[in-house]
Write a new protein. Structure first.
Length: 128
């Protein structure tokens, strides 16, 4: 039963990640904003990928509160900053696609969640 429970847990985690991603898309389409963390000294907050070594993930949130909740520990000097959805979609995603940067939408307190390819996010936002 150990292998079966592992598969069931993976299915549950994948379903939860998809639900969070769908909610993220709905929220940013409605608000017209994507929130990230920025530092004057360090720039935008990135995390190493959990899925692939040598790949970065730009962690973004659908709400200011989501971003603010992560201003602690290693990100204590960062502050929430909003980018308009149109700027994010039209200006940010194209170079992110070329560089292979992934997006981490609405990651949790443990900095875990879905890692979305910039091309996939761009396609999901094409209608907005």
């Amino acid at each position: 039963m150990g292998v079966l429970s592992s598969f069931l847990e993976m299915d549950e985690a994948a379903a939860e990640a998809q639900s969070i991603y769908s909610r993220f898309l709905d929220r940013i389409k409605k608000s017209g904003k994507v929130w990230g963390l920025v530092s004057d000294r360090l720039g935008w907050a990135f995390c190493p990928s959990l899925d692939e070594t040598d790949r970065d993930v730009l962690v973004v949130w659908s709400t200011r509160a989501g971003a603010e909740a992560h201003v602690r520990k290693e990100w204590a000097e960062f502050r929430p900053h909003a980018v308009s959805l149109s700027e994010f979609r039209d200006t940010w995603l194209k170079p992110m696609k070329r560089r292979g940067i992934r997006i981490g939408p609405d990651w949790n307190d443990q900095l875990c969640g879905a890692e979305v390819k910039a091309a996939d996010l761009a396609a999901d936002l094409a209608d907005s």
